[in-house]
Design a protein around this ligand. Structure first.
Ligand SMILES: Nc1ncnc2c1ncn2[C@@H]1O[C@H](COP(=O)(O)OP(=O)(O)OP(=O)(O)O)[C@@H](O)[C@H]1O
Length: 339
């Protein structure tokens, strides 16, 4: 397992990681989430001894990384897929890693095969696409057959087949009893892969919980109703003391009453329902709800256009979430996403 206790990292005035205490357990995929600049990479670097904590401690199976003999046999990591000698072939890159960690040469062939790079094993890594580089980085993480694996944005640059493959790989590694710790900004992917979540914002721990509890605790669940006898349905609900909110397109939303009770009520009054569906927010919505206060880098949709300042390089990719100060909270939903 990986244990963090009071882990803190300062860069001058900036507190990148602030007193983090949590444990990453074996046998499950733990997702590591946080907005841009939250401190995820810094935390992972400290786990691997690449950065020294200002305060606190991180232990890998009870030891500091530097105390591990042949560390690749304990923990394999993909942090930055580009951090390799581009002039070396994929095979030689992995062979160097293997030789410095007492790993047999045959294992290099095995991991190249696992990640699907056997055909390009003799090609120089600098000619690799982003996705091929990711695969090579993952091969390096698997090389020592370690019990602990850590991946920073592993699906970055992978094609759909590659994303599917890495998802199944992580799940099967966890099913073998290994500790799998993975960061990603792709919430839909994380929702399919991780069972447990650690969420940080501005260096601080915001949540350490199961995926299902996280979504339940940080989002609204409700039942959506649609009926051709809408007015009568509203009356019946009102008489039963149930509040329904009109949600457009003739639909009603009810909080705090289950679909069973609503369905039975409608049946008692012989009301026709065209829809009776429990709604649960997505991981993305729950994540944005929890971290809204901790988002440091905002893009502003209404300031874009000719002559407008471009969003900074650390702006959230692929979207322009509303400013929390402008009502980005529990009521906010993704445009065009029926909820
Ligand atoms: N070497 C450094 N010197 C100064 N500040 C740093 C350094 N490394 C990281 N930081 C700062 O620490 C904070 C946390 O950065 P970090 O890269 O760990 O965040 P992150 O959660 O991985 O972000 P992202 O999701 O954008 O990759 C940021 O404000 C960053 O600017």
């Amino acid at each position: 397992m990986i244990e963090l206790e009071g882990l803190t990292k300062r860069y001058g005035e900036k507190v990148a990681v602030n007193n983090l205490t949590f444990t990453v357990h074996p046998g499950t995929v733990t997702g590591f989430l946080g907005p841009n600049g939250a401190g995820k990479s810094t935390t992972m670097r400290m786990m691997l001894g690449l950065d020294n904590p200002t305060a606190g401690d991180v232990r890998i199976d009870g030891k500091h990384y530097a105390q591990l003999k042949d560390p690749l046999k304990y923990i394999g990591a993909l942090l930055d897929a580009k951090a390799m000698h581009g002039g070396r072939s994929a095979f030689n890159h992995l062979l160097c890693l293997a030789q410095s960690n007492g790993i047999p040469r045959a294992r290099v062939h095995e991991v190249l095969d696992t990640v699907g790079l056997t055909a390009v094993a003799r090609k120089k890594a600098k000619g690799f696409s982003l996705g091929m580089g990711q695969r090579l980085g993952i091969a390096g993480a698997l090389l020592g057959d370690p019990e602990i694996l850590m991946f920073d944005e592993p699906v970055n640059g992978l094609d759909p087949e590659g994303i599917h493959w890495i998802r199944n790989l992580m799940k099967s590694l966890a099913a073998q009893g290994r500790t799998v710790f993975v960061s990603s900004h792709l919430m839909s992917e994380m929702a399919l892969t991780a069972e447990h979540l650690v969420v940080i914002g501005q260096g601080r721990l915001l949540a350490d919980t199961s995926m299902s509890d996280f979504i339940q605790q940080n989002s609204r669940s409700y039942v959506r109703l649609r009926s051709p006898q809408r007015e009568r349905l509203l009356d019946v609900l009102h008489q039963a003391g149930i509040t329904a909110v009109e949600a457009g397109n003739g639909t009603l939303e009810v909080d705090g009453t289950g679909p069973e009770q609503l369905g039975e009520l409608a049946a008692q009054h012989q009301l026709v329902l065209h829809e009776l569906s429990p709604q649960q927010a997505s991981l993305e919505e729950a994540f944005m709800q929890l971290t809204a206060e901790s988002v440091e880098y905002h893009a502003h949709a209404d300031h874009q256009g000719p002559g407008a300042a471009a969003p900074g390089p650390t702006s959230p990719p692929g979207g322009t979430p509303p400013d929390p100060g402008a009502g980005w909270g529990s009521g906010w939903q993704q445009p065009g996403k029926g909820n």
